[in-house]
Ligand binder design. Structure first.
Ligand SMILES: [Zn+2]
Length: 202
């Protein structure tokens, strides 16, 4: 369990160190024993909010080598924020307003299927089945904005999708934006590489 007055920089250092352990195969699997979760039954003080993809390969607690109570995770395919309405934004706002979490990381990843799908279906007028279509629709602004950038189209769209999520959260009134302005909240973007296991800042 972390102290209530942990800063965004301390939280960030902890996550990055944990990710380095993970990538090297030196995980310590902290705070996963009965005495750890029992101590948390009365309350939680997570050090960061992680908004990540639902992809099975991008499990935040594992890749940051943290334990129960350490991170407040919001997972949704394509780590989309814009257009998601109350469920995603409300979950994030709860962690900030009620739990006073100092850091938010919007975490994209290499080879993201949701972004791939948005690229594939952006020009074809074909609708994807079920609610997948509406979800992929939310990723399309990142594809459009990243068009024409030098380099790999998928990588550019993945990075832009993270950037747009960060921008949106930094401007989100009335809970997040004022805290970003007064310095009590940091919002950053990260990219998880499926091959190396490393998270790099966007
Ligand atoms: Zn993904």
């Amino acid at each position: 369990m972390y102290s209530k007055d942990r800063t965004a920089d301390e939280a960030f250092d902890d996550l990055i160190r944990g990710n380095e352990r993970f990538a090297k195969g030196h995980t310590t699997g902290p705070r996963r024993r009965p005495e750890d979760f029992r101590a948390l039954a009365e309350g939680q003080y997570p050090e960061a909010v992680i908004v990540s993809c639902a992809d099975s390969r991008v499990a935040p607690e594992i890749l940051f080598d943290v334990g129960v109570g350490d991170i407040f995770v919001v997972r949704v395919a394509g780590n989309v924020i814009g257009g998601t309405g109350v469920t995603v934004k409300g979950s994030i706002e709860y962690a900030i307003a009620e739990l006073h979490v100092p850091l938010i990381v919007v975490l994209g990843h290499s080879g993201c299927g949701a972004v791939k799908s948005a690229i594939q279906h952006i020009d074809a007028k074909d609708a994807l089945p079920g609610a997948i279509d509406g979800l992929v629709e939310l990723v399309k602004p990142a594809v459009i904005q990243s068009r024409g950038m030098p380099g790999d189209a998928l990588e550019n769209a993945i990075r832009t999708n993270v950037d747009l999520g960060v921008e949106r959260l930094r401007a989100l009134e009335p809970i997040l934006a004022p805290r970003v302005k007064d310095g009590t909240l940091k919002i950053i973007g990260g990219l998880y590489d499926l091959r190396t296991g490393l998270v790099t800042l966007v």
